[in-house]
Structure formats: structure tokens, C-alpha cells
Write a protein that binds this ligand. Structure first.
Ligand code: SAM
Length: 201
């Protein structure tokens, strides 16, 4: 069986590639490799999420499970004066994300290796943005949702994307159970973009 894209230390033989990508009026290039998620092209769910994302200037943003860095790097370009932390459990993805931050001239993002929220244990964000690792299992995805409130500022949002056929609706219910409500803010190509916001108690 093939190796999972969320292996901590991928063993797959290197197959470096470069992807060019344009979104929201900005052009980016990304180095990718075997052993990381969606290495041949930007995932359509990720693309939909980026089209929906509403971020403002000077915001603190977490790209959880950053892969080779698409979400965090685009967010860094969109948030004037913002700061972006990108994390992933996959060492090869983290190395690529660091390369891609530099290659795209981004100076307001940093990449940290580690499991779920561990690399940002003491931090709270304006946005947590994630294309969750559905294949890593329900336990991992549940923790992304259930531990999000501890890492969001009041008024901060958790943004997730999932395929309708891979449980986007049940994911939305889990978000609503944790936060009180969750919205579908965009849909297309078989995906739904979900957003929920941390309200005052
Ligand atoms: C669906 S991919 C999305 C990658 C990237 N954000 C994108 O949109 O192309 C999910 C990412 O989560 C990472 N991941 C899986 N389990 C994780 C965990 N426990 N902690 C942190 N990252 C994890 C995987 O290595 C993978 O890069």
C-alpha cells in the first residue's frame, strides 16, 4: 500500500516539481515533491477555500496542516501587516513550505513542525484555516475542531473545506456542536467551505 501523505518522515523517492498558481490577482510558485499532499496540482478544495477566505490586515492566522504551504503563503500575501504560522506533522512538507515561503518573497510567515496545535500551544488566532487530513481519521479531524476554540480569539474564525462525499456535512455538524453554529460559505467541484466563529460566552 502507498505511503500516506501525512507520514512524519516520508520515504517515497524524491520527485521534485514546481507548480505555478494564480489566485486573487497574485501569482505564486510552489515546489512540491513525492510524499506530500496533492503534489501535482493545487487541490481543488484548497482552491475553493482560498476563493472564500475573508481576511483583513494585521491579522494572526494559523494554517494548520500546511503541506507545501499554499494556504499560509496566499494568506500572508492577502493580509497586509498580518502574521502567519504554518504547521504540519510531515517533515518533507515543512521543508517545502519553508522553501516556498522564501521563494515567494514572503516575510510575514513562519513554518513549524509538529502535531496538530502543539507547535502553537500558547497562541490564539484571528483565523485558523485548514484543509483537514480526512484520511488521517476521525480522531485527528475531531481534534482540529474541538481544540480550535482554545486557539481562537473572540470573534476569530475556523475555516475548513471538505468533499461533500467525504463527510462535509457531518464536519459542519461537529463544528456547530462545538461553536453553536457553522455556515457553508462556498461550494463547488464537490467541495464545501465551512466557517464557524468563536462568540463571547
Ligand atoms: C489535506 S492536506 C492539506 C495540505 C495543504 N494545506 C493544502 O491545502 O494543500 C492535510 C495536511 O495535514 C497534515 N497533517 C496530517 N495529520 C496532521 C497532524 N496530526 N498534525 C499536523 N498536520 C497534520 C498532512 O501532512 C497534510 O499536509
Amino acid at each position: 500500500m502507498g505511503e500516506h501523505y501525512f507520514a512524519q518522515r516520508p520515504k517515497a523517492m524524491r520527485r521534485p516539481e514546481q507548480i505555478r498558481f494564480e489566485v486573487r490577482g497574485h501569482a505564486f510558485t510552489f515546489r512540491t515533491d513525492a510524499g506530500v499532499f496533492s503534489r501535482g496540482e493545487i487541490d481543488r478544495g484548497t482552491e475553493l477555500l482560498l476563493a472564500a477566505l475573508e481576511i483583513g490586515p494585521c491579522e494572526l492566522i494559523l494554517d494548520l496542516g500546511c503541506g507545501y504551504g499554499v494556504i499560509g503563503i496566499v494568506a500572508a500575501r492577502l493580509s497586509e501587516g498580518g502574521r502567519i504560522i504554518m504547521t504540519d506533522v510531515n517533515e518533507r512538507a515543512v521543508a517545502l513550505a519553508r522553501t516556498n515561503v522564501a521563494a515567494n518573497g514572503i516575510d510575514n510567515a513562519e513554518v513549524r513542525l509538529g502535531n496538530l496545535y502543539e507547535p502553537v500551544a500558547d497562541m490564539a488566532f484571528d483565523h485558523i484555516v485548514c484543509n483537514p487530513p480526512i484520511r488521517a481519521g476521525r480522531g485527528v479531524v475531531d481534534r482540529i475542531v474541538s481544540e480550535a476554540p482554545a486557539h481562537l480569539l473572540e470573534g476569530g474564525s475556523l475555516w475548513l473545506v471538505a468533499r461533500t462525499r467525504q463527510g462535509a456535512d457531518s464536519l459542519r455538524h461537529r463544528m456547530a456542536a462545538t461553536f453553536g453554529a457553522a455556515d457553508i460559505v462556498k461550494r463547488g467541484s464537490g467541495f464545501k467551505v465551512l466557517r464557524t466563529t468563536k462568540r463571547p460566552p
